[in-house]
Design a protein around this ligand. Structure first.
Ligand code: HEM
Length: 436
């Protein structure tokens, strides 16, 4: 086993680089990799983390040696683990394994095909609420749309006009994770932000109880139907039903809404790509069916490239259960490892001109030659996103359905990115919708 200890930025006495990290996490991660290489020791809010950006080493952490790693707890029940409890994203061990295999059928094969019509109908509903020349906040529009879709498909019920309340509550929950010195303030200290957070969690819990009530007596193969059958059989309790519903809500709408927001934004600034996208979707006989998606090559590259440039999940963390070795460095048991999509997706070794939106780079040959974990928007290995197929289809159905009717132009000229739990635009993304 190697003995080399990774170097990294040291920062100021006492606080180290915590404040520098909190001020600009994305820039900090990039600089650390540029200056210190593929395994760097960095300070994330006072926690020493080994940042790993070599694709083969990432594969080892997430796939090859996945058994030696687990989801980190960061030592407390605050934050995401507190909110999502024993849901799929945050649980571990046998409970996670049993739940993953119980819920899996809702995300694969024909079930996914069956969601196509709900995805298209909901996109049409959003389109019907737009008029030529309207200026909309695309991020807000896409959030409400993906929220309706996830509730109708995976939870098998309807939000019935509650999408605004839920989307606002979810935004406040996300704000709890905004980088800055305030992340050091414990959750139960009644700062305005913490009070808003607690209130929003209560709102969400109320909505979840209402959705669960709506589902009573309905049959189905959706996630909630599976959970309620397990509940009836005594295999899961109310708390776990709540945790899984909260997880589906949180994990299932925001990431796809962000993918869509960035895709619209990028299309608007790249007229050649936008023209090819429109030609492709215009050639369809009607709204895209599940079968159509396989033939929409431009659309596929647009979605792939949007998630490269702006990966909604910008970093994945693990904790070593036992000693490991990565790129010749010792990773002692108990240390936290980060694999940041944000850094790897913009690495010149894998992507020419990495900060430009170039969907055409995704040729078959390029895909074949790209190291596996140079591009991993959905993570990998046993904990890979369960919703990857769902999300990609949803993004494509929505872009194609709305793209047949509308072109979106930028009003907001630029925005900063803020890494909350996911990678958010810092403020509204206003665009004008033009009827085509
Ligand atoms: C573009 C959209 C999406 C992106 C970029 C994304 C990204 C990710 C990533 C990177 C992970 C792995 C986290 C880790 O290894 O620690 C993950 C896990 C997960 N995602 Fe997604 N996701 C997306 C959409 C969805 C959707 C639509 C759902 C539906 C509910 C979903 C549900 C989950 C769940 C439940 C997990 C935990 C899986 C497990 O540990 O067994 N995601 N996602």
């Amino acid at each position: 086993m190697a003995n080399r200890v990774p170097a990294g930025p040291t920062g100021l006495p006492v606080v180290g680089t915590s404040l520098e990290y909190a001020d600009d996490p994305l820039g900090f991660m990039e600089r650390a990799a540029r200056e210190f290489g593929d395994v760097v020791s960095i300070d994330v809010y006072g926690q020493e983390v080994y940042q790993v950006t070599d694709p083969e080493a990432i594969r080892r952490v997430l796939v090859g040696n996945a058994g030696s790693y687990r989801k980190p707890t960061f030592g407390d029940d605050e934050g995401l683990a507190g909110l999502l409890g024993e849901g799929l994203l945050t649980s571990d061990g046998d409970l996670w394994r049993d739940q993953r295999s119980a819920l899996q059928p809702a995300f694969f094969g024909q079930r996914l095909d069956a969601y196509a019509s709900e995805m298209v109908e909901n996109a049409e509903l959003t389109g019907a609420s737009w008029s030529d020349g309207d200026v909309v906040d695309v991020h807000a529009e896409m959030s409400q749309l993906t929220l309706r879709i996830v509730v109708e498909t995976l939870l098998g019920v309807e939000l019935d006009g509650m999408e605004r309340v839920v989307a606002d509550a979810l935004m406040d929950v996300g704000e709890r994770f905004r980088p800055g010195p305030q992340v050091f303030v414990p959750e139960d200290v009644p700062t305005p932000r913490n009070v808003r957070y607690q209130r929003s969690v209560q709102t969400l819990e109320r909505v979840l109880r209402e959705l669960r009530r709506q589902h009573e007596g309905r049959e189905g193969d959706d996630v909630l139907a599976i959970l309620l059958r397990q509940h009836e059989a005594g295999a899961v309790d109310d708390e776990l039903v709540r945790d899984q519903m909260m997880t589906m809500l949180l994990a299932g709408y925001d990431t796809t809404a962000l993918t869509l927001t960035y895709a619209w934004w990028l299309l608007a600034d790249n007229p050649d790509v936008e023209r090819r996208f429109h030609e492709e979707v215009d050639a369809l006989d009607g709204p895209p069916t599940a079968d159509d998606l396989a033939d929409l090559d431009v659309l596929d590259r647009v979605v792939t490239e949007a998630m490269r440039l702006y990966p909604p999940a910008y970093v994945v963390y693990r904790e070593a259960r036992e000693d490991d070795e990565l790129c010749g460095f010792r990773i002692p048991a108990g240390s936290v490892v980060s694999t940041p999509q944000w850094v790897v997706h913009h690495d010149r070794r894998w992507f020419d001109d990495p900060w430009s939106f170039r969907p055409e780079r995704w040729t078959d040959e390029f895909r074949r030659e790209l190291p596996g974990f140079a591009y991993f928007p959905f993570g990998g290995g046993p904990r890979k996103c369960i919703g990857d197929g769902f999300a990609v289809r949803e993004a494509k159905h929505v872009l194609a359905t709305l793209g047949r009717k509308y072109e979106l132009d930028r009003v907001t000229e630029a925005f900063d990115l803020v890494p909350l739990v996911t990678l958010h635009p810092d403020g509204p993304v206003e665009m004008t919708v033009r009827r085509r």
